[in-house]
Design a protein around this ligand. Sequence first.
Ligand SMILES: NC(=O)c1ccc[n+]([C@@H]2O[C@H](COP(=O)([O-])OP(=O)(O)OC[C@H]3O[C@@H](n4cnc5c(N)ncnc54)[C@H](OP(=O)(O)O)[C@@H]3O)[C@@H](O)[C@H]2O)c1
Ligand SMILES: [Zn+2]
Ligand SMILES: [Zn+2]
Length: 347
Amino acid sequence: MTATAAWGATAPESGLNPMTIDRRTLRDEDVAIDITYCGVCHSDLHVARNDWGRSIYPFVPGHEIVGTVRAVGAGVTRFKAGDRVAIGTVVDSCRRCDACDEGEENYCREGVTGTYNSKDRIDGTPTYGGYSAAIVVAEPYVLRVPDGLDMAAAAPLLCAGITTYSPLKNWKVGPGSKVGVIGLGGLGHMGVKFAKALGAQVTMITTSPAKGDDARLLGADHVLVSTDKAAMKAANRSFDFLLDTIPVQHDVTPYLMLLDRQGTLCLVGMIDMMPGFHSGLLLMGQKAVAGSGVGGIAQTQEMLDFCAEKGIVAEIEMIRIDEINHAYARMEKADVKYRFVIDMATL
Ligand SMILES: NC(=O)c1ccc[n+]([C@@H]2O[C@H](COP(=O)([O-])OP(=O)(O)OC[C@H]3O[C@@H](n4cnc5c(N)ncnc54)[C@H](OP(=O)(O)O)[C@@H]3O)[C@@H](O)[C@H]2O)c1
Ligand SMILES: [Zn+2]
Ligand SMILES: [Zn+2]
């Protein structure tokens, strides 16, 4: 065990504070990583506050992790000390179910081992996230950060990036697709960049008119303000695919009205009960409401390589670790442009 500096929560109302956690002694397949930057995902805030009712305390958030390999176990073949690596939301899975076999570890039938708020499959110890100096992860779950990608700006790709890339690929978004991305935050801004890079016609659908100029700079062809009833009506039945990143309960009816025949509204934001809607909105036009959760390890590597090829990274605001509670307060007010990243040198 190695005592490791971290920041975490001890109770739903505690906020985040400095603490010391144990990182395990290297197993044969393990990679020890010194963390240089960690992105701040809205899910970190949800779990710190026990919004989903399953938080284990003490809780150390952070699943958008980049860093440098410090040491490797005897059986590790793909990584060596000094390599630029990354960890996303998954650090282990059963490795034998059909989902794992098909590279969809994120949908493992036995349930994934999350980077945080899970239990290690071998010794049952809690998993702690990336708001810490170092992490130890089994080789199959370690990603490579391609040369040319800025490490800090690449960190958010590990959750916000793959969570938006995966559904866009799954629903075959490409040239000719009319895509709307709902909510311009961490996920949403990556959704706009990816949809554009895949060749789609992209509309940013936002509650914040002031974000319109930014949305265009990120690549959006159009901006639709969802509180503008006339504009929403004019956009009736004009989208093939909508990516909904809204982090709170919301009525999907106004968005379903935007779907064209055989269109899909894919939920990637709110992870909880959602209000109902009239089924006629789906029946009339063979429409679907779907969902998507992060992405598999192979697809995450594909996404990182795609980002290197296309020059895509997140728009980040770097913070010190002792600014994290303030950053959470700002994130709750949708006041982030567009992802906070913690500089771990400030730990
Ligand atoms: N599916 C997955 O695997 C997965 C992975 C990561 C995160 N998540 C979840 O995805 C959600 C978004 O995460 P994030 O990190 O992108 O959050 P974020 O950076 O806070 O962005 C959320 C955006 O949604 C919009 N929004 C906020 N409140 C709203 C409201 N009441 N009504 C309408 N729009 C609202 C805002 O954009 P505008 O100002 O443009 O309206 C806001 O910037 C979180 O709930 C997180 O837990 C899911
Ligand atoms: Zn996340
Ligand atoms: Zn599995």
